[in-house]
Write a protein that binds this ligand. Structure first.
Ligand code: PMP
Length: 355
């Protein structure tokens, strides 16, 4: 039986997507060829990438609104650089909510003045800064919607007249937001979309063309837009699996449906973390992530016993990020509610065993 996969990323994908993906590796579209041995310019693959791009926009409610969807390579980490390369003239504002924002800030510093408008570094990134002002004269404001490492999530986004750029790597397609508020959204595929190797970039085209520097072709959003995301060979397998996952989500009822399921999963686990005296949550309650729940065991001497129990229950990937330790249960879209119930049952049995 498949393990209950709480891995933070790469992570769980829907079973039916994995099945279709494995079939396509052997025989794609009944063409007696593998998906990964046909030309990316073939009609079969062009249809795949076009469908993936249009499904991404459709699920976000951004069709016919001046947005383009791209499937690029280099991970979200390359977007830290590309965002600044393409948008930063003089000044940009960043919200620092942890590891990933920090990395984005580091890359952007090479291109202009960086204003850190808020930071939760003072408390180990265990909350989302709320009181901050975005100067009117910056080229854009950048934030990370979900801190995958600490387990915090932005519940609201600032009202601002400057372009809003967001790294949604670990919570895209998981909850309803007013996506039109954003001018550029990027996300590595390997959480709610597909395998590692593709990065989704959704961009409002009108924000481009405002920097004077020469932008190398591969780093230039406009080049990728003009070439329909096929400037060079895309990561065909990652794009195909992303397309299947987006179709799976659409068939389920899209983001409004999955948001309810995700809320149930998170409620179930956080209620147990708060109830069970052997565990404690790590981050501010109001900023808890629906995707990545982080928690500690209250008595470290019991850690070995707890680890043995969850592993025996068929649970995978519960260890916290290597930089912070503790536990992290990642509950991405494809994780069934049942898997969360199994974890909660283990936590309750663990409590009973201590009596
Ligand atoms: N941003 C966030 C929020 C992430 O969780 C990650 C990866 N876990 C990254 C950026 C970096 O992504 P990649 O490994 O695709 O470069």
């Amino acid at each position: 039986m498949k393990k209950h996969n709480f891995s933070a990323g790469p992570c769980i994908l829907p079973d039916e997507v994995l099945k279709k993906a494995s079939e396509a590796i052997l025989n794609f579209n009944d063409d007696n060829l593998s998906l990964i041995e046909i030309s990316h310019r073939s009609e079969s693959f062009v249809n795949v990438i076009e469908k993936a791009r249009s499904l991404a926009l459709e699920l976000l409610g951004l069709e016919n609104k001046g947005y383009k969807a791209l499937f690029l390579q280099g991970g979200a980490s390359l977007e830290f650089l590309m965002v600044a390369y393409n948008l930063l003239n003089k000044k940009a504002a960043y919200l620092n909510t942890g590891t990933w924002s920090n990395k984005a800030i580091t890359e952007a510093k090479a291109f202009g003045e960086l204003i850190e408008v808020g930071s939760s570094k003072d408390k180990g990134f265990s909350y989302i800064p709320k009181e901050y002002n975005i100067p009117e004269d910056v080229d854009y404001f950048h934030c990370t919607s979900n801190n995958t490492v600490a387990g915090t999530q932005m519940k609201t986004f600032p009202e601002t007249n400057v372009p809003l750029v967001c790294d949604m790597s670990s919570d895209i397609f998981s909850r309803q937001l007013d996506f039109e508020k954003f001018d550029l959204i990027y996300a590595g595929a390997q959480k709610n979309m597909g395998p590692a190797g593709a990065t989704l970039v959704v961009i409002k085209e009108e924000i481009l063309g405002k920097v004077e520097r020469h932008i190398p072709s591969m780093l230039n959003y406009q080049v990728h837009i003009d070439k329909d995301s096929m400037f060079n060979t895309p990561s065909v397998f990652a794009v195909y699996v992303s397309m299947l996952t987006l179709q799976w989500l659409k068939d389920l009822g899209g983001i409004p449906f999955i948001e309810k399921v995700n809320a149930k999963k998170a409620d179930l686990l956080y209620s147990e973390i708060d109830r069970n005296p052997f565990f404690e949550g790590i981050v501010a309650k109001e900023d808890r992530s629906i995707m990545n729940a982080t928690f500690n065991i209250t008595d470290d001497s019991l850690k070995e016993a707890f680890d043995k129990m969850w592993k025996e229950a068929g649970i995978n990937g519960l260890n916290g990020h290597r930089s912070v330790g503790g536990y992290r249960a990642s509950m991405y879209n494809a994780l069934p509610l049942y898997s969360v119930q199994v974890l909660v049952d283990v936590m309750q049995e663990f409590e009973r065993n201590q009596k």
